[in-house]
Design a protein around this ligand. Structure first.
Ligand code: ADE
Ligand code: ZN
Length: 324
């Protein structure tokens, strides 16, 4: 692939949406060290080693420790504002952010309080001219069917305008096949007017993606990249216009693909799948969205027109940009 000339300012200024990012994964080690100091909590290990994890599950457990540090409305509102501010610096004008209530120990039993605090931060960001952010409230793959239904029923009863979608995340490899378990919750979410986004095809293969489509009614897939293993599935994604929220650095860090060159982002795009570029857990990965666009363009030789087209797709597929 010829090395394309990439103008970092052009990439950064390009208006774009981010559609796959977890608020839980947005904290840097120094963010967490200052929150811990503020609340008198000891760090589990020195700040330089805070993100040394043995594997994906240890990472997911750490998210609960991190979010356990956000105890007040001000803590949560500041985290929301801070995401909008950093996203805006990467050219994001609108975003859908995933928040999984299971990680937020101080807010257990107070979903309305958590959403209200997030809304305060995102509303303040909008007033300041920063990116507009919608919430995708997420089920953890290890939860029960009853817990998932309860979450959806609460979300629908709440009817908060900031909430645009139901999501599901966590480790599919560990939880096994859970599509059937969550079908009822996702059906209720759809009937209640929420969009549906599903983590699949990261720690699961094509079979996880099929369940996301057939059982969970996914409007969009988070990752979805392992569809590349099944050409008939790629054809279905194209035919049905199902968008993928792709996060290349996250996939390389978790070992889903061995290198940028072997990542299927461009192969999927060229096959006609609606792909967007996203950061997933930018605090943990120490990346920003503009950098992900730059690395994608450099790896795959993207022209300015291709960059514009990918950014345009991200805006088209953003739930917050297509509010019901
Ligand atoms: N939660 C936070 N980051 C995640 C990821 N990359 N996959 C699944 N669940 C997550
Ligand atoms: Zn994710």
């Amino acid at each position: 692939m010829p090395a394309a000339h990439i103008d970092p300012d052009f990439v950064r200024m390009l208006p774009k949406a981010e559609v796959h990012v977890h608020l839980e994964g947005c904290f840097s080690p120094s963010d967490l060290a200052s929150l811990a100091a503020q609340h008198g909590e000891p760090l589990p290990r020195p700040v330089e080693q805070l993100f040394d994890f043995a594997g994906f599950d240890e990472f997911l457990e750490f998210l609960s420790w991190s979010c356990g540090l956000l105890r007040t409305v001000d803590d949560v509102a500041a985290a929301a504002y801070s995401y909008a501010s950093r996203a805006t610096a990467s050219g994001v004008v609108i975003a859908d952010i995933i928040v999984n209530p299971t990680h937020w120990a101080s807010w257990r039993g107070d979903l309305a309080g958590l959403i209200g605090a997030l809304d305060r931060g995102f509303s303040a960001a909008e007033v300041d001219g920063l990116a507009s952010v919608g919430l995708c409230i997420s089920i953890l793959r290890l939860q029960t069917a009853a817990e998932a239904v309860q979450l959806v029923d609460e979300l629908i009863a709440l009817g908060h305008p900031r909430v645009v979608a139901l999501s599901i995340d966590g480790n599919e490899a560990l939880s096994g096949r859970t599509g059937p378990r969550f079908a009822d919750a996702f059906r209720r979410a759809g009937a209640g007017g929420l969009y549906r986004t599903v983590h699949a095809g990261e720690s699961s293969g094509p079979e996880g993606i099929r369940d996301a489509l057939d059982l969970l009614g996914a409007d969009r897939l988070d990752h979805g990249v392992r569809a590349i293993e099944d050409p008939s599935l790629v054809a279905e994604l194209v035919d049905r216009g199902i968008p993928l929220g792709i996060c290349p650095t996250s996939n390389l860090t978790l070992g889903v693909f061995p290198s940028w060159q072997q990542h299927p982002l461009d192969a999927l795009r060229l096959a006609g799948v609606r792909v967007s570029v996203n950061s997933d857990d930018p605090g943990f990965l120490a990346i920003d969205l503009a950098g992900e666009y730059e690395r994608s363009a450099a790896t795959f030789g993207w022209s300015d027109d291709t960059l514009r087209a990918v950014a345009a797709t991200s805006l088209d597929v953003c739930f917050m940009n297509n509010r019901r």
